[in-house]
Design a protein around this ligand. Structure first.
Ligand SMILES: [Zn+2]
Length: 366
């Protein structure tokens, strides 16, 4: 396929084996005469990605290997609102240290880290995270203790963007054609955000602040949102609105209890999901009318609730999208499930190593 000679491929493979990016597996079959073919796979003790997530009601740290498999995960569930950003980030650094040490015990070497935050990010600084009440918080100094050997560096990005990138890579790995791969990734947590992927590319907008679906207006005279405006989507469809509508308390595994209530057919749960789904559908229809995306991907807490949200979303899309009759829009749960954000963050690190292995080899030789 590449047109490279057998000798060139051998040289490259030897380099990747020596650098710990590939491992040999037993030959599955004889390749005719001469040297037997050797099977290769991505090393499961090579470079790894560290994904970190600050969210409104939890912190998470995950280590994934070169194949993108989750190997270690540390979570802490607690409301982060009202805490000092420094205290939150110090606790995140502690989880990161635990994840990293667990990876090291497996022979994994963290090649870089990405931090997902529920807010607007520019140059590593969280400009605004309305639900957390953060303004101009520089995340990097708090995580500097992760070590100067984080050669790939520390990337800070919006949670929905990292999740959308993770979803994009999962779809490409599953065989999607890059030029045709586009979707609106909707991330549901206490904040609601979106990542917009068109023709295999994440679109961040002119200043990098795009995708704030949670603050699209559903009703101009609606209740006040954490951002200060009225009637934003977030007010009607975030995790808290769904739980409140269902008459369920917040707290540990609240979403699991909502799923159970919906599955049991409890009317309050079904109604809350129908109303939240309708609000999501109204907002998503605006995006489809503007950008002609053909798929809405439900991530975060929406992923396990997709069964009940998809119908109401589809009904609103059918009503409000001009082209819906002949260009239907598909509504699907995220391939990465509820953890798409932290997996997408970790995956972005190993993806960079896989895209440019020579950079990693030069760095680890230095
Ligand atoms: Zn708002």
């Amino acid at each position: 396929v590449t047109g490279l000679t057998r000798a060139t491929v051998s040289t490259l493979v030897d380099e990747l084996l020596a650098g710990g990016l590939l491992a040999e597996v037993e030959p599955a079959r004889r390749a005719g005469a001469g040297r037997p073919a050797v099977g290769l796979r991505l090393a499961d003790d090579g470079p790894a990605g560290l994904g970190l997530e600050v969210n409104v009601d939890y912190l998470a740290a995950v280590v994934v290997d070169l194949a993108g498999r989750e190997r270690h995960r540390f979570d802490r569930h607690a409301d982060q609102r009202g805490r000092r950003p420094g205290a939150v980030l110090d606790e995140l650094a502690e989880l990161a240290g635990l994840a990293r040490a667990a990876g090291a015990a497996d022979g994994l070497r963290v090649a870089g880290a990405a931090v997902a935050v529920p807010g607007l990010v520019a140059d590593g600084v969280v400009r605004l995270a309305p639900q957390l009440g953060w303004r101009d918080v520089d995340v990097r100094p708090h995580l500097a203790a992760l070590g100067p050997d984080l050669g790939g560096g520390l990337r800070v990005d919006n949670e929905a963007n990292l999740a959308a990138l993770g979803e994009l890579h999962a779809r490409l790995d599953a065989g999607a054609e890059p030029a045709r791969c586009g979707f609106l990734y909707v991330s549901g947590e206490i904040g609601v955000g979106a990542g917009i992927v068109l023709s295999g590319q994440l679109h961040r907008g002119a200043r990098g602040f795009g995708g704030e679906l949670g603050h699209v207006t559903v009703r101009p005279d609606g209740p006040r949102c954490s951002c200060g405006a009225r009637g934003c989507l977030e007010v009607y469809a975030n995790q808290e609105a769904l739980l409140r509508g269902a008459g369920l308390p917040a707290g540990d595994d609240a979403v699991g209890r909502l799923v159970a209530a919906a599955r049991a057919g409890r009317r309050s749960a079904r109604t809350a999901l129908a109303e939240g789904g309708a609000a999501l559908g109204v907002a998503a229809a605006d995006v489809v009318n503007l950008l002609d995306v053909d798929t809405v991907v439900l991530g975060g807490v929406y992923a396990p609730l997709a069964r009940w949200l998809a119908g109401p979303i589809e009904r609103e899309l059918a009503e409000h999208v001009l082209t819906a009759a002949w260009a239907p829009v598909s509504v699907e749960a995220s391939l990465l499930g509820a953890s798409a954000t932290v997996l997408g963050a970790a995956g972005s690190v190993v993806r960079a190593v896989r895209d440019a292995p020579a950079v990693w080899l030069a760095r680890s030789a230095a």
